[in-house]
Design a protein. Structure first.
Length: 329
């Protein structure tokens, strides 16, 4: 049922709640009450949601919308709904919340994220739409990552990488970012999802944690990576078979930095099989996307658009214009 997949991301609060309830519009007035009751244990009362609560604001918006839908066709109030809403009326919104996503395998990914889009001077503490889009594509194309070493540039909260680690059987996965707060949150999210962290020279002390996966679990590293100063030997040490990045084309400066680091990766990995590279992005500003493809051309990096996939697993804006480019390094 889509409800259990989509409830946990508060992306656009009421918009997501409305999306969740579209399937119930077709129900008759006499048949709505039972499905409404069934929604609670699959959403705000789901064990994942109870253990790792989503934002207070999102829970309020979702329950208010659910109550409105119920009241539109019933005169009798549903006590369970009002009791659930009462539980989230008083608490203040914390600076951190959880977002959990159910995967097709039945496993889940849970992230601790900032409740603010911009926090500590970075946008990397929340999940952006292209990360969800790239995770969907990866889940549908596991062979692209199976038994391979994956380097992710600009991992942010870690959704894409965690989904790949749990569904695509990579042999090793390197999450990377630059901001210290993003790296700290990344390490926490890796451990929150039952994966162990390999030691990394650039990382501070590890969180305590236990690997709940078997011996075939990928070797996971969180690395600090500044695209503007990283050297070719440092990049070569990662030995990636696959390079990915999601939602990192948000301004011209980052576009230029990304192309430079891709050039360095291409140069330092010559003499071995060229890695596959995939960059996913939301087309917010066409000029920024055009700058990226233009800079790729000047850098001598061919590319092709990956066909859009049909199956939507995660919640993001329905009309977002998103794309994935495959680069030939």
């Amino acid at each position: 049922m889509l409800v259990s997949v989509h409830i946990f991301s508060e992306g656009s609060s009421n918009g997501v709640a409305l999306y969740l309830l579209e399937a119930h519009e077709r129900l008759t007035a006499t048949s709505l009450q039972q499905p409404t009751l069934c929604l609670l244990p699959q959403t705000v009362k789901h064990p994942l949601c109870v253990k790792h609560p989503p934002s207070v604001k999102y829970a309020r918006c979702f329950l208010s919308e659910l109550i409105r839908k119920h009241e539109a066709v019933h005169t009798e109030p549903l006590d369970e709904l009002y009791e659930a809403l009462a539980e989230v009326l008083m608490p203040k919104e914390p600076t951190q919340c959880h977002r959990s996503y159910l995967l097709p395998s039945g496993d889940s990914v849970t992230l601790s994220e900032s409740t603010a889009i911009i926090s500590h001077g970075t946008t990397g503490l929340v999940t952006w739409d292209a990360a969800l889009y790239l995770a969907e594509w990866a889940i549908q194309n596991p062979a692209a990552f199976a038994h391979r070493t994956v380097l992710e540039l600009g991992s942010g909260a870690g959704l894409t990488g965690l989904a790949i680690c749990k569904t695509c059987c990579p042999s090793a996965y390197v999450f990377s970012d630059y901001h210290s707060c993003v790296l700290e949150q990344l390490r926490g999210n890796v451990l929150l999802n039952g994966l162990s962290l390999e030691p990394d020279a650039t990382a501070p002390a590890q969180h305590p944690g236990h690997n709940t996966y078997d011996s075939e679990s990928p070797k996971v590293t969180v690395a600090q990576l500044d695209w503007d100063v990283v050297t070719a030997p440092q990049l070569a040490a990662f030995q990636p078979d696959v390079i990915i990045a999601a939602d990192v084309l948000y301004c011209p400066e980052t576009v230029l930095s990304l192309v430079r680091v891709l050039q360095r990766l291409s140069a330092c990995l010559k003499g071995q099989q060229a890695p596959d590279a995939y960059v996913a992005f939301t087309v917010r500003n066409p000029q920024t996307c055009q700058l990226f493809t233009s800079e790729l051309g000047q850098a001598g990096i061919p590319w092709e658009a990956v066909p859009h996939h049909d199956q939507k697993l995660f919640p993001y804006e329905e009309h977002s214009d998103m794309a994935i480019l495959k680069l030939m390094l």
